[in-house]
Ligand binder design. Structure first.
Ligand code: ADP
Length: 398
């Protein structure tokens, strides 16, 4: 069964065509600058190089059409006709409290997603445009919504409530939702499988460390806490996002620099994190590691601060679950950045776990990276959100 997985942003559209039975990625690609001059389509059929084409896409519908044309192209395509696309899986960022699992999209679901728009004004409307564009061009193909927030809906009130007047939760649903749910769920399950254990008996901490980063506490297969909040801004220090700060900082800096709330949020979302901490060196951990190695002290401080915060979160989730049976690293930094893992794990020896420097020299593959005999195994499990979306889609439409 072939599933087209769509991740639609306000001006971009990422996609993969996946054969969910063989777990093969038949093709993948990216449409950029949708609705803006200078559009570009990058398309990569399985086993071939990337093909980049400059092509303007006035709207998302044109972008989806370009994707479908590429997939069915007689020369570079991977399927003969659109009838070979059996279902479409859409990544939807915010499902609010309405969705605790993936669902087949119908008019009621679309309306319910739309009701969550003000919780994710940058993402949900764009996700919906993607759904509607696909519906226009593939009216008879079943579509599924897979929510970033769904896996975290099992959090108890003590984990999802903020210490602010309860009326804001009742009136506006202001609470912790958490994101990267598809990744946390997939990686927690793979962790248990990899260790040959039943997830129902395990307490797992998943560290999804990418450009965006979040961490979750998964007890018995259910999320009991996670670091991102109402929005993806809360929690760990990220590539460009600040993560946790004293909320009073907003007013303080806004006053000093004559910035509006909106401008302050741009600072916290786009100019902070390791980019801001390193005084502008980079948001990319490869650049930061290089800069730190060549003696850039601010880059070194950024990396040190980052690792310290991750370790503190791990400690708090050990407390939340009253123990831990495995700690797993995933996403760009978690899967590939050997020195970041080393620095984070240097804080964890109190748990009776120790990183094995040799085993830690792994990139992008499943592995145990702690020493034999460690009380708590440390692991690397590459995340695969698209494959997970494809499988959830198949499970719902078959
Ligand atoms: P997102 O999906 O949130 O955009 P990713 O999960 O792709 O982010 O992670 C991006 C981060 O992963 C970057 O900071 C990058 O430096 C880091 N990364 C990716 N590959 C490597 C690598 N081989 N070595 C070190 N860091 C890496």
């Amino acid at each position: 069964m072939n599933v087209l997985v769509i991740n639609c942003g306000s001006s971009s559209l990422k996609y993969q065509l996946i054969n969910a039975d063989s777990e093969e990625v038949l093709a993948k690609g990216l449409c950029e600058r949708i609705g803006i001059d200078g559009g570009m389509h990058t398309y990569q059929p399985k086993g071939s190089d990337k093909i980049k084409t400059d092509i303007d896409m006035p709207s998302h519908t044109e972008a989806v059409q370009i994707v479908l044309d590429a997939l069915t192209d007689p020369e570079k395509g991977v399927i003969k006709s659109l009838s070979e696309i059996d279902a479409v899986g859409h990544r939807i960022v915010h499902g609010g409290e309405k969705f605790s699992k993936s669902v087949v999209i119908d008019d009621d679901v679309l309306a319910a997603i739309e009701e969550c728009n003000d919780l994710a004004p940058l993402h949900n409307p764009a996700n919906l445009i993607g759904v509607n564009s696909c519906k226009k061009l593939m009216p008879n193909v079943p579509m599924v919504a897979v929510f970033d927030t769904a896996f975290h809906q099992t959090m108890p009130p003590k984990a999802f409530l903020y210490g602010i007047p309860y009326g804001y939760y009742k009136k506006y649903k202001v609470r912790r939702y958490g994101f990267h749910g598809t990744s946390h769920e997939y990686v927690a399950n793979r962790t248990a499988q990899f260790l040959g254990k039943d997830i129902k008996d395990m307490k797992i901490i998943v560290c999804h460390l990418g450009n965006g980063a979040s961490i979750s506490a998964v007890k018995g297969g259910k999320c009991v806490d996670t670091s991102m909040g109402l929005t993806p801004l809360e929690g760990l220090i990220m590539g460009t996002r600040s993560g946790d700060i004293d909320p009073a900082i907003l007013e303080f800096i806004a006053g000093k620099e004559d910035l509006s709330f909106k401008e302050m949020l741009t600072v916290l979302n786009k100019k902070s994190g390791v980019l801001g901490l390193s005084d502008g060196v980079s948001s990319d951990f490869r650049d930061l590691s290089e800069a730190a190695k060549s003696g850039n002290e601010q880059a070194a401080t950024a990396l040190e601060t980052y690792a310290y915060h991750v370790a503190k979160y791990i400690g708090s989730y050990v407390a939340a679950m009253n123990g831990v049976d495995a700690i797993t690293f995933t996403a760009g930094v978690g899967e590939n950045n050997i020195s970041a893992r080393e620095e984070i794990c240097s804080y964890l020896t109190y748990l009776g776990t120790e990183l094995d420097p040799k085993k830690n020299e792994v990139r992008g593959e499943e592995a145990i990276i702690s020493k034999d005999g460690s009380k708590v195994p440390l692991l690397v499990i590459p995340t695969d959100e698209e494959m997970s979306i494809a499988k959830q889609t198949v499970a719902l439409v078959c």
